[in-house]
Design a protein around this ligand. Structure first.
Ligand SMILES: C[S@@+](CC[C@H](N)C(=O)[O-])C[C@H]1O[C@@H](n2cnc3c(N)ncnc32)[C@H](O)[C@@H]1O
Length: 247
């Protein structure tokens, strides 16, 4: 089952919109303005990339979802903006540019549940960095992992689109605290006048790290000067961020 397909994308954008002022300011305070372009790895549909471009940052985006990137392109065009976007797996990232800084927002790196894939992703991001070589990661421990339920957690949420249609999301989350993994089975349904018009199923995994492990993982991938910071976009009890420099 694919993840981040078109119905998921529509739900994501209706649910989250663009990044708010505090989150944008967090990145704007830290990202260099005079060190060439900046890379947002796993940029999605531009929730953060678009506002940062509006702030004058030269941000390129990479993501492996065609639906998310198409929406990002459309949102950029709607605002008279343009920037290079690349459809690539972050664990095999190979772009024709080098960057003074890179960032991964919204705990996206934690979607790489396989430790080898997470390490390869960090190494590939590292390979694209030139001085000052700053990396910013927004991370966190999901609330369901802090207090794991005894059975799969079922949640149903809905958003209403501009055309009046509704998309419902039914998610079933299973927590394996010992292996630090969440498994999510999601079903999106676009509904109008009570009938389901379209359906999309996805499975997603998510892992999490504590602050000490982040330093270890970043060190192994070629980063130094790791600092733990407050999260730019706190989404739970244990949200935090990390900054590091490419060695
Ligand atoms: C939670 S969304 C966050 C998007 C964006 N960073 C934001 O802040 O809204 C996670 C994104 O990671 C992307 N993604 C997941 N696995 C990926 C991979 N292996 N390589 C590249 N992108 C990936 C998804 O397509 C999705 O757009």
């Amino acid at each position: 089952m694919a993840a981040y397909g078109e119905l998921c994308r529509q739900f994501y954008d209706a649910d989250k919109g663009f990044a708010g002022g505090d989150e944008v300011a967090w990145y704007a305070r830290r990202l260099p303005r005079d060190a060439g372009p900046v890379l947002e790895a796993m940029c999605g549909s531009g929730r953060l990339l678009v506002p940062l471009l509006r702030e004058g940052f030269h941000v390129h985006g990479a993501d492996d979802s065609a639906a998310m990137l198409a929406a990002c392109e459309a949102r950029l065009a709607a605002q008279g903006l343009a920037t290079p976007l690349f459809r690539q797996d972050v664990a095999a990232l190979n772009l024709p540019f080098r960057y003074g800084a890179a960032f991964v927002a919204a705990s996206s790196l934690q979607l790489l549940v396989d430790p080898g894939a997470m390490r390869r992703a960090l190494e590939r991001i590292r390979a694209h960095l030139v001085p000052p070589g700053l990396l910013l990661l927004d991370l966190g421990v999901p609330d369901v992992a802090v207090n794991p339920p005894g059975a799969p957690l079922v949640e149903v949420r809905a958003v209403t689109l501009d055309d009046g249609a509704r998309i419902t999301l039914r998610s079933e989350t299973t927590v394996d605290a010992s292996s630090r993994q969440l498994a999510m089975r999601n079903r999106y349904e676009r509904r109008a006048r009570g009938a389901a018009l379209e359906r999309e199923d996805e499975t997603l995994g998510m892992t999490w790290l504590d602050e000490e492990e982040v330093a270890t993982v970043l060190g192994a991938a070629g980063f130094a000067d790791v600092a733990i910071l407050p999260s730019p976009w706190p989404r739970g009890q244990r949200s935090f961020a990390a900054s590091a420099r490419a060695r």
